[in-house]
Design a protein. Structure first.
Length: 136
């Protein structure tokens, strides 16, 4: 069971899960290719890169936004929807061409939740904003 599913409170439902863009797998692929030339440490690095992406969870529920990172350890960033002030997209030229970017959710005070290297950042922004500001 995933962290997001385990951490749901009463009456909380997962609205959307966000996945990393396929560009996020490039470091793993490059390490695997390098490993074909010199078997050893590079394959361990490729395995680490894969596991890092495998255990990444990003999503929005009807009460909060959540990012969970970590293979063995766990680091979470969460923000209640009531606390959200802005949802910003950060995309460079490559990001615009290939449809990837970062989403920064800014809340009241000094808190931020950042979704890095996300696939289709505009859809993620719309999903977060549609849950945090429902149409009456």
């Amino acid at each position: 069971m995933s962290y997001i599913d385990e951490s749901l409170s009463q009456d909380e439902k997962v609205v959307a899960l966000f996945r990393p863009h396929w560009f996020a797998y490039l470091p793993m692929i490059l390490w695997l290719l390098l490993g074909l030339l010199s078997f050893g440490l590079t394959w361990l690095i490729a395995l680490y890169e894969y596991l890092k992406l495998r255990f990444l969870e990003q999503g929005v529920t009807n009460k909060r936004v959540i990012v969970k990172r970590g293979i063995i350890s766990r680091k979470t960033e969460e923000m209640k929807l009531k606390s959200i002030e802005t949802v910003e997209i950060s995309q460079g030229v490559i990001g615009r061409l290939f449809g990837l970017g970062d989403i920064k959710v800014t809340g009241k005070g000094l808190s931020d939740v950042v979704f890095r290297g996300i696939d289709d950042p505009m859809a993620v922004k719309r999903a977060i904003e549609s849950v945090s500001n429902p149409v009456d």
